[in-house]
Design a protein around this ligand. Sequence first.
Ligand SMILES: C[S@@+](CC[C@H](N)C(=O)[O-])C[C@H]1O[C@@H](n2cnc3c(N)ncnc32)[C@H](O)[C@@H]1O
Length: 169
Amino acid sequence: MLDLGCGAGDSLATLLAASGPACVTGVDPDATRLAVAADRIRPGTFFVADGSALAFADGAFDVVLLFTVLSSVADDAQRRAIVAETRRVLRPGGGVLLYDFGVNPGGSETRGLSERQARILFDGCAIESRRVTPLPALARRLARSGRPRTWLSRLPVPRTHHLSWITAR
Ligand SMILES: C[S@@+](CC[C@H](N)C(=O)[O-])C[C@H]1O[C@@H](n2cnc3c(N)ncnc32)[C@H](O)[C@@H]1O
């Protein structure tokens, strides 16, 4: 599994805690964040790299994770290059797990990626998508607190994020 734009490994650590060990590789252009990921996720292999130019062979991975990465890239050409590399390093029959938001929460360095934009970027692929709530960190804290019925969990939280499983047709 390749976590493209793994950052400090926050999402990867959460996923692995739920799934159990997996053979994971992470890449991110930010060496400082990547070092944190490498320290906390073992076993794992981590490389400083830009997602638009990956040094992996064609078809090297079963699954590629893109968790709030494309929304961190403002430039359309750069987004397309990352998606092209994602598709190149994915083995035939493999899949992309994409999690992102369509509405910009206000960060100047982010640009929302709507489901529609994701479908355009992954043109020709089969996409199963569902809207999900934002605030994953809050959801995790609530789950850990053992109080799933707190007033917070009953708030109608807008489903501004989408989670998609993307495969080649
Ligand atoms: C919001 S963080 C998400 C980190 C991680 N995916 C997670 O969910 O915990 C976005 C990450 O995308 C990375 N990123 C930005 N541009 C990138 C690019 N061109 N190639 C790969 N990663 C990139 C950033 O360095 C940052 O770590």
